[in-house]
Design a protein around this ligand. Structure first.
Ligand code: FAD
Ligand code: MG
Ligand code: MG
Length: 323
């Protein structure tokens, strides 16, 4: 066979995380070019949506007063509107106006500290997605001064979908996109079989799996307490905050994985389910088409949405599927 496919992999560091893209392709040089185009696109998205870049579009909204609508690009508009959609669907468990709480805690950063209850209560006044207003025409404002948007729970998902489009457009039939644990399995393996994506064991080092999901053209996104956290007095503080309490979400869940057609949906939903807890989280997922979920709790229990039951097998008997 003259046109034999080989894997081309490139990695970089953006969105404050490690990004790996692998494409299976005949022409290696073209593979490298395609991946470079993907990284360029991710960099554009980061410039627009990062709260850590002074002049990002998100920070322009953050830095303006409640009176002024700010024009943003189609990219940012799409992510902001999706974030509002998921905020409504999750009854505020996912909230794009979480910014001031993320800053206050500084989880996973050098400035991490456990805030006083009074500080949290003060900041909670500035967390309310219903005050993020879109006037149509890609214009947004925060209807209360000092509120701050943070798209850390969804923008990486959008970047994944954009990367998927670029690779598809280039007629690649098989690729694995891994943006800091947000995975997209594009097409199939060379032999035409589905990709097999491992679900991380939240108690073990990265790469140890509790089981495997078979996937083709699917996004698999996990939110967990095991990647980004800080420890004070032996207590672990992770980076997913319950917008109702202002504290890192504690409801027994340690990992929520979503399998969906789009990684932006999966990203927002994994964060939402993590905050909602097992019962409400599963209820949200069951009400959505083409979305499945694997939830792991502290006591080694695994909860599956109905569409993935029978298709997901546990490889480690310390875990137990309970529903
Ligand atoms: P997810 O579960 O997907 O989301 C958790 C993140 O979402 C939190 O880190 C917080 O940002 C936000 N969040 C927390 N609670 C909620 C909630 N209830 N509802 C909605 N959102 C919530 N990190 C840096 O340290 N420095 C950077 O310069 C930096 N730049 C970034 C630029 C972009 C465009 C993006 C998308 C991320 C960037 N990050 C940066 C990383 C970011 O802060 C998060 O750590 C990361 O995106 C979280 O992904 P996750 O899969 O771990 O968690
Ligand atoms: Mg998320
Ligand atoms: Mg994630």
């Amino acid at each position: 066979c003259s046109n034999k496919k080989e894997v081309v992999t490139r990695s970089t560091f953006m969105l404050n995380t490690k990004l790996d893209i692998s494409v299976w392709i005949e022409d290696k040089n073209r593979g490298v070019e395609i991946i470079q185009e993907c990284f360029k696109r991710i960099s554009e998205i980061e410039e627009k949506m990062s709260v850590n870049i002074e002049n990002s579009e998100v920070n322009k909204i953050n830095d303006h007063t409640q009176k002024e609508f700010i024009s943003v690009s189609k990219d940012t508009s799409e992510v902001l509107n999706a974030s509002l959609k998921y905020a409504k669907l999750s009854n505020g468990a996912f909230d794009p106006t979480i910014g001031k709480l993320v800053e206050l805690w500084g989880i996973g950063k050098e400035n991490f500290r456990v805030p006083k209850k009074a500080e949290i209560d003060e900041v909670l006044r500035y967390v309310d997605y219903q005050l993020l207003i879109n006037n149509g025409e890609n214009k947004f404002k925060l209807a209360k001064d000092h509120m701050r948007i943070d798209l850390g729970g969804i923008a990486k998902g959008y970047a994944g979908d954009e990367v998927y489009k670029i690779i598809k457009k280039n007629s690649v039939e098989g690729a694995i996109i891994n943006l800091g644990g947000n995975i997209i399995a594009l097409g199939t393996k060379i032999d035409g079989s589905n990709w097999r994506i491992g679900i991380q064991d939240p108690f073990e080092p990265t790469g140890t799996h509790i089981g495997v999901v078979e996937a083709s053209d699917k996004a698999i996104v996990s939110s967990g307490n095991y990647e980004r956290f800080s420890i004070v007095n032996e207590k672990r503080y992770h980076h997913i905050i319950d917008p109702k309490t202002g504290y890192p979400s504690e409801n027994g869940i340690i990992s929520a994985t979503i399998i969906a057609n789009y990684s932006m949906d999966a990203d927002a939903l994994s964060t939402a389910v993590y905050v909602l807890g097992v019962e409400k989280g599963l209820e949200l997922i069951e009400n959505m088409e083409n979305v499945e979920s694997i939830i792991i709790t502290k006591d080694y229990k695994v909860y599956l949405s109905s569409g993935i039951k029978g298709a997901f097998e546990i490889k480690n008997n310390k875990f137990q599927i309970v529903n």
